[in-house]
Design a protein around this ligand. Sequence first.
Ligand SMILES: [Zn+2]
Length: 425
Amino acid sequence: MKLLKLLYCYWWALLPLAACAQGPPPPAVLLVPAAVFDGQDLHPGWAVLVEGNKIVAAGPAAQVMAPAGARTLALPGLTLLPGLIEGHSHLLLHPYNEASWDDQVLQEPLALRVARATVHARRTLLAGFTTARDLGTEGAGYADVGLKQAIDEGIVPGPRLLVATRALVATGSYGPRLGAVDELPRGAQEADGVDGIVRAVREQIGHGADVVKVYADYRWGPGGTATPTFSLEELTLIVQTARSAGRGVVAHASTAEGMRRAALAGVETIEHGDGGTPEVFRLMKQRGVALCPTVAATDAIAQYKGWQKGPEPAPERVLAKRRAVRAAVQAGVTLVVGGDVGVFPHGDNARELELLVQDCGLAPLQVLRAATAGNAQVFHLADRGRIAPGLLADLVAVAGDPTQHVEALRQVQLVMKGGVPYKQP
Ligand SMILES: [Zn+2]
């Protein structure tokens, strides 16, 4: 049995997408890149020693001593960084220019959606994103919990996941639009009032939610405008119920009032934030609420609606997003890096970082810090996000220097998760 397992692991190790979570720990590996970005700064001439699934040493190459039998992996011309952390994905969705959200929720069988999700997970990992916060299955129930388990057990390659399961919406506010139809599958779990909300939060946590996602507003206003959904009291109850079980709450909100209520209720992050005013961003700063602007999703949707990217001015929604990011940064709000991947292709996660630099005026270094150490801190992941002894050996190497040119993140040459290489030069 043991031999079989070993053979199984060895066989897979021969494949370029080696994936074996079980089995013997890999021998110590000394990684010698041109430079190391440790989550904070760039250090030319550093080396990193990995043993088992952990980083055991990082520093100037001459000072990092490899034990006897360690393998040296030279990575000339490459920058080694902590595995990137995707802040907002939907592995159970695929791009809306392939199939509308309604069609995915109403017509695609669950098995099809899960099969796709396994491919999405692999693409995410190979793009250098070794952790993802997946914010809702959009009608696929608790499939994210099973997907996470399959990844953790080494059945399919993918990032470490934080999952939100079904997400919470106020009755009537979310899609698919009911219209005259009495019963349609819902894209998230409807819950209202004290009893309904407490029960729904606990159900989701019981099924495996790592975070609770709530829609604080949605496009259910007159003419399809976004308006608030839950009351401040309801949102506060969601946060209290989740927090008592050790879970944080993330809120979808794009209106100033939805954002205000979510921030006052004590959510940890606000997703989108398009309509944030200087007052709301000041409130978020005061209450320690981070913003995940999802610039890439807005950009992608504008293109699906016919915007030929390039000539300015961009459509108003794109401009509003850029203004919101700038206002949030000016107010000192912490930025979470997450693109709402799924709206655009999984594996194209770097698009969010590129747009934060190219369209929103952030420095590459600022964006890289946010996508590694920053996201880890906001998501309470003390075991990753930086390159330092004792942390998980989730490492990525890219050609060039991404702290100067964010586009270098497209040139992923090495992906290691927990010391196991999934891609290497
Ligand atoms: Zn989303």
